[in-house]
Design a protein around this ligand. Structure first.
Ligand code: MEV
Length: 447
C-alpha cells in the first residue's frame, strides 16, 4: 500500500482564516522570501474601502492594482467623452486617444444598439414525448409567469422583464433532454442575477407542474431539473460602431504613405482578418484591448463580454474579424459589430468606487449608451493598431511606450529615465539596448 505522505502545501479551512492568518500561512509555506509588508503595501487607504474590496471575492490576501487611464476627445454620436480605461498593457490607452483625436476632426464615431435581448436556459429531463409540447406549453408558460410575477414586476418597471419562451428538445443529448429558452430584457442592468433568479424559480415551479398538472398522464410526470443559468451567448444584445470619411482626408502624417495608399493597405489588412482565423484572433484581440478596458473600468464582466464576442466572431462557421472595412465612391467606411451585455446599474457599478467614478466621468450613461461607448473604443483601438501595422509597424510606437517599463525593471532613477528617453528619441528601442545605455550612463561613460 502506498504510504500516505502529508503535503505541507495543502490546507483545509483556508477560507476560515482571517486575512492576517492567510498571509502568514502563505509566507510560511510558499513565500519565505516575502514578508507581511509585501501584501500590506497594497492595502487600500481606508479600512471601509478595503472591506468593500475584500467582500467582492473570497480568500483575499491583498489588492492587485491596475492602471486606470483616460482616453479623451472621443466624439461618439456627436457627444464628447473622456473614456475611462483600465488596462495593464502599455500603448493601448495612447493608441485609443490618438485614434479618438484623429476621428474627432473627421466626423467622430457613430454607434447604435441593434438589439438588447438577453437569454437564459433551463435544462431538464422529462418523460413526456416531444409532440406533447404544443398542447402543454400554454399551461407551463402561464404557471411559470405566475410563479415569478413578483420578481418580474420590479424589472418591468425598469423597462425589462421576460419577453419570450421556447420549449426545445435536445434528442442529440438524450431523447428526454429539453430546454426552456427564455428571452429577457434587463433594463440598465447586466441582468445576470435577475435572469438566474427567474430561471431557478421556474425550475421549482416546473417540478411542481409535473407533480400536479391534471393535463399530464402518469408516464409524463417524471421531470428532473439538470441546470438553470443565463446564456452568455448574446448575439441579440449587439451594437454597431462606425467611422467614415472621404479617402482624400485620410492622410497619416509621418507614415510615409499617402491617403489612397494607406486606405488600400488598411482595407486589405481587414480583409485578411476576415479570411484567416490566425490573423482574426490577433485582430480581435486588439479590438478587445479597448473594449475590455472600458468594461473593467465600469465594473462590468469582461469574461462574459469576451466569451460572447468570440462566439459571435465564429458565428459564420469560421472565426473571423469583428470589424469590416469598405470603400465606396471614394469614401472609407470602417465598422465594428459585436455583442456587449453591459450594465450601468447593479453589480459592481456603484459598489466599486472607481467603477462609480468611471460612470460619472461618462455622465451616467444608460446601458445602451455604454454599449455604444465601449464599441467605439474597440473600433478606435482596432483602427490605431491597423494604422500602425500597415504603415510604420507596431513596435515603433509600442516600444516607445514600453520604454518606461524597461526602465522600471532596471530600477532607473527619474534623471536616468529622462536622459534615456531623450537618447532613444528616433532610435530603435530594445531591452538589451536600454540596459547597455543605462550601464554606460551609470559608469559615467555617457553624459
Ligand atoms: C496588441 O495588444 C494588439 C495588436 O496585436 C492588434 C493587432 O494586431 O491588430 C497590435
Amino acid at each position: 500500500m502506498a504510504e500516505q505522505v502529508r503535503d505541507p502545501h495543502r490546507i483545509s479551512g483556508f477560507s476560515k482564516f482571517d486575512k492576517a492568518q492567510r498571509r502568514q500561512w502563505l509566507l510560511e509555506h510558499f513565500l519565505p522570501e516575502y514578508g507581511e509588508d509585501d501584501f500590506a503595501f497594497f492595502e487600500a487607504g481606508s479600512p471601509d474601502l478595503q472591506e468593500v474590496l475584500d467582500n467582492f471575492s473570497e480568500n483575499t490576501v491583498a489588492n492587485f492594482p491596475l492602471p486606470f487611464g483616460v482616453a479623451p476627445n472621443f466624439i461618439i454620436n456627436g457627444k464628447t467623452y473622456a473614456v475611462p480605461m483600465v488596462i495593464e498593457e502599455s500603448s493601448v490607452v495612447a493608441a485609443a486617444s490618438s485614434s479618438a483625436k484623429y476621428w474627432s476632426t473627421r466626423g467622430g464615431f457613430h454607434a447604435e444598439v441593434i438589439a438588447s435581448e438577453k437569454l437564459g436556459q433551463l435544462h431538464f429531463r422529462w418523460s413526456g414525448r416531444p409532440e406533447r409540447r404544443a398542447a402543454l406549453f400554454r399551461e407551463v408558460e402561464d404557471r411559470l409567469q405566475e410563479a415569478t410575477a413578483d420578481i418580474t414586476a420590479r424589472m418591468e418597471k425598469r423597462g425589462g422583464g421576460v419577453r419570450r419562451m421556447q420549449w426545445k428538445h435536445f434528442p442529440q443529448v438524450d431523447p428526454q433532454c429539453y430546454q426552456l429558452l427564455v428571452s429577457f430584457g434587463t433594463g440598465d442592468s447586466m441582468g445576470a442575477n435577475f435572469i438566474n433568479t427567474v430561471l431557478e424559480t421556474y425550475a421549482a415551479e416546473l417540478e411542481r407542474w409535473a407533480e400536479e398538472s391534471a393535463a399530464l398522464s402518469d408516464d409524463e410526470r417524471e421531470l428532473e431539473i439538470i441546470m438553470a443559468i443565463l446564456s452568455n451567448h448574446t448575439p441579440n444584445c449587439a451594437v454597431k460602431a462606425w467611422v467614415s470619411c472621404p479617402i482624400e482626408d485620410m492622410n497619416i502624417p509621418g507614415s510615409g504613405v499617402d491617403a489612397a495608399d494607406f486606405v488600400r493597405r488598411f482595407e486589405m489588412a481587414v480583409a485578411i482578418a476576415r479570411e484567416d482565423p490566425y490573423r482574426a484572433v490577433t485582430h480581435n484581440k486588439g479590438i478587445m484591448n479597448g473594449i475590455d478596458a472600458v468594461v473593467l473600468a465600469t465594473g462590468n464582466d469582461f469574461r462574459a463580454v469576451e466569451a460572447a464576442a468570440h462566439a459571435f466572431a465564429a458565428a459564420g462557421g469560421q472565426y473571423a474579424s469583428l470589424s469590416r472595412c469598405r470603400v465606396t465612391d471614394k469614401v472609407f467606411h470602417f465598422e465594428l459589430t459585436l455583442p456587449l451585455a453591459l450594465g450601468t446599474v447593479g453589480g459592481l457599478t456603484r459598489l466599486h468606487p472607481l467603477a462609480d467614478l468611471s460612470l460619472n466621468l461618462l455622465e451616467r450613461p444608460d446601458a445602451e449608451e455604454l454599449m455604444c461607448i465601449a464599441a467605439a473604443t474597440g473600433l478606435a483601438q482596432n483602427f490605431a493598431a491597423l494604422r500602425s501595422l500597415v504603415t510604420t509597424g507596431i513596435q515603433q510606437g509600442h516600444m516607445k511606450m514600453h520604454l518606461q517599463n524597461i526602465l522600471s525593471s532596471l530600477q532607473a532613477s527619474p534623471p536616468e529615465r529622462r536622459q534615456t528617453v531623450s537618447f532613444f528619441e528616433g532610435r530603435t528601442i530594445s531591452h538589451h539596448g536600454v540596459r547597455q545605455y543605462l550601464d554606460k550612463l551609470r559608469e559615467g561613460k555617457v553624459k
